[in-house]
Design a protein around this ligand. Structure first.
Ligand SMILES: Cc1cc2nc3c(=O)[nH]c(=O)nc-3n(C[C@H](O)[C@H](O)[C@H](O)COP(=O)(O)OP(=O)(O)OC[C@H]3O[C@@H](n4cnc5c(N)ncnc54)[C@H](O)[C@@H]3O)c2cc1C
Length: 362
């Protein structure tokens, strides 16, 4: 009889892993949302809500043999997963890929895709009505958001605020320098090395005064808090032997196991395997995960297989500023507008994910 694998969470890890194992094992993907949320396109969708139809992709065609159960997992044990309504999903191997949350309208707050669409519409209208916009947090999401607004709505006054002294301080300096120069040229004000002191919300945009660490006060028609993702780790926290890292993430052993249970694996944003919380990291974890689970199904012992090795300093990052501009660090050099637009900015990987979920793009 074929092995049963339960995957909890259908984001970048769960959806792709489920599809890649669909022909060889009995796959059950547990995911409460009706649609896959393609996060990179959710930034541009703030300035162009028509993108939502492509950024939110239904799960109904993902698997041919396995099943997708539209429910939230409540608990995991060595023999399977218990769903919210008490239903059991028995499994030989379990992969937890519950990912992370972020502010609306970039990721949903709950499972309801209609709520996410309503949030997007509301915030788009607020953005259209606003003249001055403050973006607090200059990681990839904040920087891209500044670039998208400057490109699509050039009459807005956009201010990008970071507590770091430069953009992307952990990457080769050319990346941050070049992005900062392009943003300034597009009219974006950069306030660097300043912590925001009185953020009223960490999860949704709002209107209000913003006080910075130097005592200065700034009035914005709309403030976007973009201070990073937090892992959805509740399920894993309940397991024996689990240890937390930063941003709510859970530590894993060299074979991506978070607890004392040898048949429970975890990947993506929910765990700290030495990688950043990115799809880029997941693109490295997925082939390893697939090979390891295939080995287990064939009867190999996990510890006899190769441990997972994170990206280290070679991790790529692609930062478009709208469809035509941007910069990327591609592992050994920093690329400019042309490659960033071609690799990401123009299409935002929308075609790739439509294909993954077996949906045709017309
Ligand atoms: C706006 C934005 C833009 C981004 N752009 C990029 C980019 O361009 N490049 C890049 O590399 N990274 C990017 N990232 C990071 C990237 O989105 C994350 O690394 C990625 O989403 C993590 O994938 P995941 O599979 O771990 O989890 P997620 O994508 O977060 O998916 C987790 C899934 O698990 C489900 N889930 C949660 N709890 C349960 C439960 N109890 N039971 C069942 N299901 C559950 C959720 O509904 C969700 O569908 C971006 C992030 C944001 C917020």
């Amino acid at each position: 009889m074929s092995q049963k694998i339960a995957i909890v969470g259908g984001g970048y890890v769960g959806a792709e892993l489920a599809k890649s194992l669909d022909d060889t094992v009995e796959v059950t993907l547990i995911e409460p949302r009706s649609h896959f949320v393609h996060a990179p396109a959710m930034i541009r969708a703030v300035v162009d809500p028509s993108l939502l139809d492509r950024a939110l992709i239904p799960y109904d065609r993902l698997l041919t043999n396995g099943r997708v159960i539209a429910s939230k997992a409540k608990a995991i044990d060595a023999k399977g997963v218990t769903l919210e309504d008490g239903t059991r999903v028995e499994a030989d191997q379990i992969v937890v890929a519950t990912g992370s949350g972020n502010a609306v309208p970039f990721k949903p707050q709950g499972s309801d895709i209609a709520d996410l669409k309503a949030d997007n519409q509301r915030i788009h209208q607020q953005l259209k009505a606003a003249q001055s916009i403050g973006i607090v947090g200059a990681g990839a999401v904040g920087t891209e958001l500044a670039g998208e607004i400057a490109h699509a709505m050039p009459d807005k006054q956009v201010t990008l605020i970071s507590s770091d002294d430069s953009l992307f301080p952990t990457m080769p300096s050319k990346l941050g320098r070049s992005l900062a120069a392009k943003l300034r040229k597009a009219g974006v004000t950069l306030i660097l090395g300043q912590m925001a002191e009185n953020l009223k919300s960490l999860t949704k945009p709002y209107t209000g005064p913003l006080q910075l660490a130097d005592g200065s006060q700034h009035d914005f028609d709309l403030i976007f808090p973009v201070i990073g993702s937090r892992a959805n780790s509740e399920l894993l926290e309940a397991l024996a032997g689990v240890e937390k890292s930063t941003a709510n993430r859970i530590k894993v052993d060299p074979w991506m196991r978070p607890s004392a249970l040898p048949n429970v694996f975890a990947a993506g944003d929910v765990v700290d395997a030495g990688d950043a919380m990115t799809i880029v990291a997941i693109s490295r974890q997925l082939p390893w995960l697939k090979a390891t689970l295939t080995g287990v199904v064939e009867g190999k012992t996990v510890e006899d297989m190769k441990p997972y090795k994170p990206w280290g300093s070679k991790a790529l990052i692609l930062v478009p500023l709208g469809p035509k501009q941007g910069n990327s660090f591609l592992g050994f050099f920093t690329a400019g507008d042309f490659l960033t637009s071609k690799m990401k900015g123009a299409d935002l990987f929308l075609q790739k994910y439509a294909k993954l979920l077996n949906q045709s793009e017309s």
